[in-house]
Design a binder for this molecule. Structure first.
Ligand code: 400
Length: 273
């Protein structure tokens, strides 16, 4: 009984943002007056980059997920030239812009976000899904200030593997940089990178040249600046996640019991400022 959507089912509003292969618009479904985000992707660009299979997987995976910190995908449709994804509207926008505005987040805000993302990843991994692209640009903020993981374009079911990668290198764990096999531990690494960037405002292995970032990642050349002040407990958590041997990274359920999370994360998963 899957509904066949068409563009005329929606009133299109202002453009919300843009990403690879297309734009996302505010939209209202006419019959229900339900506000959604309509992601419009160009078939020509998808074909050119041979990512149609990735988009099919994104839709397949995201449409079956139900979690407060994972952006809902309600449906999709296409016409001659474009593919449309009907997505949950995240009212407070893009996390990376908020991070740019604040420079870096407090320990309480960072811990609250990291704990909610850990719970979302536990849910995902429980469904044998790896997101593989956890970074500020793929995180949105809902109406209550809660984080929503968006853009499952790089997610995979664990039984199949990926070959090529593109986009920012900063979040890649050693095993993906060295193109060895990888599994759900990659998301633990990326969450550690994210925690560092929330607290310091920059990712830990950032460098001018890609080759230098590569070298720092595979070496796990982790340094903690003196400014801004970050507690030893936070550094301890990050150091337990950014571990080269993926099997030795702190498991996500252990992360939720870590003293820094227990003492700083708001139990509701919502940062109220
Ligand atoms: C994560 C990238 C991805 N984006 C989505 O899928 C997206 C899905 C989705 N749902 N809701 C969104 N909300 C917004 O984008 C948004 C942006 C700014 C807003 N504000 C402006 C400042 N103001 C003070 C508060 C309100 C509010 C909502 C987005 S983006 C993407 C990928 C490819 C192509 C397009 C988009």
């Amino acid at each position: 009984e899957v509904k066949r959507w068409v563009l005329s089912d929606f009133d299109i509003g202002k453009p919300l943002g843009r990403g690879k292969f297309g734009h996302v618009y505010l939209a209202r479904e006419k019959r229900s007056n339900h506000i959604v985000a309509l992601k419009v992707l160009f078939k020509s660009q998808l074909k050119q980059s041979q990512v149609e299979h990735q988009l099919r997987r994104e839709v397949e995976i995201q449409s079956h997920l139900r979690h407060p910190n994972i952006l809902r995908l309600y449906g999709y449709f296409y016409d001659q030239t474009r593919v449309y994804l009907i997505l949950e509207y995240a009212l407070k926008g893009e996390l990376y812009k908020e991070l740019q505005r604040c420079k870096h987040f407090s320990e309480r805000r960072s811990a609250t976000y990291i704990a909610s993302l850990a719970r979302a990843l536990i849910y995902l991994h429980g469904k044998h899904v790896i997101h593989r692209d956890i970074k500020p640009e793929n995180l949105l903020i809902g109406s209550q200030g809660e984080l929503k993981i968006a853009d499952f374009g790089w997610s995979v079911h664990t039984f199949n593997r990926r070959r090529t990668m593109c986009g920012t290198l900063d979040y890649l764990p050693p095993e993906m940089v060295e193109k060895t096999e990888h599994d759900y531990h990659v998301d633990i690494w990326s969450l550690g990178i994210l925690c560092y960037e929330f607290l310091y405002g920059v990712p830990p292995f950032e460098a001018k040249e890609h080759s230098e970032t590569y070298r720092r990642i595979v070496k796990v050349d982790l340094k903690f600046p003196l400014k801004p002040f970050v507690s030893p407990a936070a550094k301890d958590l990050i150091s337990q996640m950014l571990v080269k041997n993926s099997a030795h990274r702190l498991p996500l359920h252990k992360l939720l019991e870590h003293p820094w999370i227990v003492q700083n994360a708001d139990p509701s998963g919502v940062y109220r400022g």
